[in-house]
Design a protein around this ligand. Structure first.
Ligand code: MV4
Length: 510
């Protein structure tokens, strides 16, 4: 029996876990850093303990501090949420050694999946389809050149210790290989302290589709269908949905079966996600397995009716899965928007600060997982996710209408947010037709930037004509709502979105 859970996280996910605990009669305990003293997750928990200074390394990432608090408060289990220490096998082990049940898989499963080459080896051994490539760290340029030639260009160099795109390089032709290999190796070394790199065939314009799995500690594993996660920028997911309009029943069953195989291959228990690349011709390939609860889990909860966090806790308590695969039913459609404190006019850089006004959407089919409140100051120290707005309806078209309605109800004052971006996506004919892949968002923002540029040229031309045209009055220029003076700065700002790239995003987790 689990009676008290230490929640080793912050923000909306900490609150999500508090809610699951409350519903199960379990005491939820929060931890917080200096910057989070007044955070919503601290207010909603039954108890809260300070971890120390604001930097994550000195608080949420400090294994010893977190385990000490867990022991001292008398927690019998610990939920790591996502990000921070959630996929750290040493942390899971430290919990076990302290007699605290880590709500997640075994350190062993975490270690296998943490190494992309080891994971590939296990998957290949168990018949899980991987992208053609090698599964060992490359020893030399000559070896790399040989393997790349066998696979055929373009190829992708990837960090063995990687994930999230760091240390990854697309190589279009043999001449590029040497410098790309050196770049990938040094980037991996810097990011992970391990410069090992391997090669795969590059899949062009793929989709990123993942399967949610649940496994108990008695060898039972099921899947809960897919999430379409292709809408991302710089490896940061922006909008996710379930089901994917690209996946039919046959493909879902096949991918689900393979995901269950992947989990079983490493003796996996608890909730996990198997990520796939899906090619335009509907071939799918194992990419990696995330050994934690994911940010986008609500869409799966809405279409299956399964409470994933409660399931995680019950599994950790040693219960058997209460649902068999044939009991899992998919109904309706769900889409999640990740609302970030970021500035759309400044390449979506984080834009933390004080929330002076907050109007939250609600009503039929709307779920808001928020970690903020009016008057709270979003700290600069962490990922600037404010809330996840998720809508549910009978079909995709109705969810889109519902989300647009909810976005119109929502207002966040005092800081910049990416709310307008969701209106753009949801109104985009391409999105509505389901024409999405991992490059979708780049294309959309490029076309919006180009649009602004065309508007600007048109406005300048119109202004020029008006000045030259004797029949035209100066007033008509001055009062033109899209006149040159107003739109010039807007154009410059949106053009910047395209021309510059944002590094800060790469450091975000999940
Ligand atoms: C790929 C790929 C194309 N071909 N592998 C990016 C993050 C890392 N987990 C795997 N990634 C990719 N691997 C092959 N063989 C394209 C990507 C990729 C990507 C994958 C999922 C979601 C977003 C992405 C954005 C750029 C590249």
């Amino acid at each position: 029996m689990i009676q008290k859970i230490l929640i080793a996280n912050r923000g909306e996910i900490a609150l999500r876990i508090v809610r699951a605990c409350r519903e199960m009669g379990i005491i939820p305990v929060a931890v917080y850093s200096e910057a989070d003293r007044a955070a919503l997750h601290v207010r909603m928990a039954a108890e809260a303990y300070s971890l120390g200074a604001s930097p994550a390394l000195e608080s949420y990432l400090d294994i010893e501090k977190v385990v000490t608090v867990a022991k001292r408060c008398g927690a019998d289990a610990l939920h790591p949420g996502y990000g921070f220490l959630s996929e750290n096998a040493d942390f899971a082990e430290a919990c076990a050694n302290a007699g605290i049940k880590f709500i997640g898989p075994s350190p062993k499963s975490m270690r296998i999946m943490g190494s992309k080459t080891r994971a590939r080896q296990e998957m290949e051994k168990h018949g899980v389809p991987c992208v053609p490539g090698n599964s060992q760290a490359l020893e030399s340029f000559e070896e790399a050149a040989q393997i790349a030639q066998n696979i055929g260009y373009p190829v992708m160099l990837k960090a063995a210790a990687g994930g999230g795109g760091k240390g990854m390089r697309l190589v279009r032709e043999p001449q590029e290989l040497r410098s790309a290999l050196e770049a990938a190796q040094s980037e991996s070394q810097r990011a992970f302290g391990d410069g090992s790199v391997y090669i795969e065939e590059a899949i062009l314009n793929p989709r990123h589709i993942e399967i949610q799995i649940l496994a108990d500690e008695h060898g039972n594993t099921i899947h809960l269908g897919e999430r379409e996660c292709s809408i991302q920028r710089r490896h940061q997911k922006v909008l996710e949905e379930s089901p994917s309009s690209f996946v039919d029943v046959a493909l879902r069953n096949k991918m689900g079966e393979v995901a269950v195989q992947a989990a079983s291959a490493v003796g996996y228990s608890n909730a996990g996600t198997v990520e796939f690349l899906v090619s335009q011709d509907k071939n799918f390939y194992f990419l990696e397995m995330n050994t934690r609860l994911q940010v986008e889990h609500p869409v799966t909860e809405l279409v299956t009716g399964v409470d994933l966090v409660q399931m995680q806790i019950r599994i950790a308590a040693g219960e058997r899965l209460p649902v068999r695969q044939e009991d899992v039913n998919f109904r309706g459609h769900a889409i999640e928007c990740r609302i970030y404190a970021e500035d759309p006019d400044n390449q979506y850089f984080p834009s933390p600060g004080k929330i002076t006004l907050l109007q939250e959407p609600s009503g039929p089919g709307i779920r808001l997982d928020s970690g903020v409140y009016e008057g709270w100051t979003v700290p600069v120290d962490y990922d600037p996710l404010l809330a996840k707005l998720t809508a549910y309806a009978e079909n995709r078209e109705q969810v889109v209408s519902r989300l647009l309605r909810a976005l119109d109800e929502m207002f966040v004052g005092g800081i910049q947010t990416n709310i307008a971006l969701f209106r753009r996506i949801l109104n985009d004919p391409g999105f509505r037709e389901g024409k999405i892949d991992i490059e979708y968002l780049n294309r959309l923002t490029a076309s919006v930037a180009a649009d602004h540029q065309h508007n600007e040229i048109a406005a300048l031309a119109a202004g020029l004509f008006a000045v030259l045209d004797e029949t035209s009055s100066r007033d008509s220029i001055m009062h033109d709502p899209v006149g040159p003076i107003v739109s010039a700065s807007r154009w410059k700002r949106s053009a910047k979105i395209e021309s510059l790239q944002w590094q800060a995003n790469d450091d975000r987790q999940n």
